[in-house]
Structure formats: structure tokens, C-alpha cells
Design a protein around this ligand. Structure first.
Ligand code: HEM
Length: 174
């Protein structure tokens, strides 16, 4: 980080979170992924069953859809805070440095791919939830939640910085 600043000869101070807070937020954001994945899976399975008439949509299926949405919204809020400090760490929030960094995979995969992929997934969850809620036919409501949440799940799985991907090797499982 400091080497980076020296290399770029920056005079503007990089904004940092206090170390304890940074650790707490990243720790939360990192662990919360598993909670979201479990909720998403349940919301998808229940919605599938509802779409086949095997359970009513109004009940666990709809509730799980809502819990998933709230959990993802919370992750997003923490993500926004981390995002600002992540950008600050790498670019000092200067356009010129952003251009320098965008070619570096460890920066681009988080600043662009991760943030954008997750944002789209979040929007899909919101659309799926409200479409299912407005639907009067419970089978169709189940189908809506199933489809939107499944696409969101795939996007989230693809956007998580898993440590088995070489560019994210320095990150952990939790
Ligand atoms: C469902 C949504 C999301 C999931 C499951 C998720 C998951 C993760 C995971 C697993 C990490 C690695 C943490 C570690 O190093 O241990 C991470 C890091 C990060 N996420 Fe997310 N994320 C989500 C949404 C977002 C959003 C919407 C943003 C930004 C707008 C964001 C910004 C970041 C940033 C900046 C980091 C790097 C933090 C750092 O190392 O300083 N995330 N995320």
C-alpha cells in the first residue's frame, strides 16, 4: 500500500478505515456470504415446490424470499462502505490512478466484476420478489421467485472472490 503510494508519488492522503472496524466489516461481509447462500438455496427450493403446487407460495416460500432479500441488502450496504475504502486504498480516489489500476486483475476483479455482478444479482432478487408478490396465481408466483433467484444465485457464485481462483488466492474461505 505504502509502496504503491510512493511509486505514484501521491500527495493526497489515502482514506482508511480504523483497522478494527475494517477487520470487523470485512469479517462480516466475508462470513455473511454463506448465510446468503443458504437462504438463497432455501428460497429457490421452496419456490420450486410452490411452482409445482407441492407447497403454498404464501408461507415459507414467500418468507424465505423476503429474508434472502434483506440479508442481501445488508451485504450490499457493508459492500458499499468497503468499496469506497477499497477504491481509496488502490487509487487515492484519483481518476488517473483509477486508469492505472483498472488493468490490474486483483483490482479490476473486485472494483468492477465483484461489485457489478453483485449489484445485478441484488436487483434480480428485488425484481423477483416484487414480481412474485404481485402475482395472484401461487404457482406462477413460485415460478417467478424460482427463476429470478436462481439466476441471482449463479451470478453471486460467479462473483464471489473464492480463494481457489488464483487472482483471489490471498483471500480466505471466511
Ligand atoms: C451478495 C452479495 C455479496 C457477496 C456474497 C460478497 C462477498 C464477498 C466476499 C466473500 C469477499 C471477500 C472478503 C475477504 O477477503 O475475506 C468480498 C469482498 C469485497 N466486497 Fe463483496 N460481496 C457482495 C456484495 C458486494 C457489493 C454489492 C460490493 C460493492 C458495492 C462489494 C464490495 C466488496 C469489496 C470492496 C470487497 C473487498 C474488501 C477488501 O478487501 O478491502 N461486495 N465480498
Amino acid at each position: 500500500m505504502h509502496t504503491h503510494l510512493l511509486l505514484h508519488g501521491s500527495d493526497a492522503p489515502t482514506r482508511h478505515l480504523p483497522e478494527g472496524l475494517a477487520k470487523a466489516l470485512i469479517g462480516f461481509h466475508s462470513g455473511w456470504r454463506y448465510f446468503i447462500l443458504v437462504l438463497l438455496l432455501l428460497a429457490i427450493v421452496y419456490a420450486y415446490q410452490a411452482s409445482k403446487g407441492k407447497r403454498p407460495f404464501a408461507g415459507a416460500a414467500k418468507k424465505m424470499g423476503m429474508f434472502t432479500m434483506i440479508a442481501a441488502d445488508l451485504q450490499f450496504l457493508v459492500g458499499i462502505v468497503l468499496y469506497f475504502f477499497f477504491l481509496s486504498r488502490y487509487t487515492n480516489l484519483q481518476m488517473g490512478k483509477l486508469k492505472d489500476q483498472i488493468g490490474a486483475p486483483e483490482f479490476r476483479t473486485m472494483a468492477l466484476d465483484h461489485a457489478l455482478g453483485m449489484l445485478i444479482a441484488l436487483i434480480l432478487i428485488h425484481i423477483g420478489y416484487s414480481k412474485a408478490k404481485k402475482e395472484t396465481d401461487p404457482l406462477k408466483a413460485g415460478k417467478k421467485q424460482f427463476t429470478f433467484y436462481l439466476i441471482a444465485l449463479i451470478l453471486i457464485l460467479l462473483s464471489i472472490p473464492w480463494p481457489f481462483l488464483s487472482v483471489h488466492a490471498s483471500r480466505g474461505w471466511f
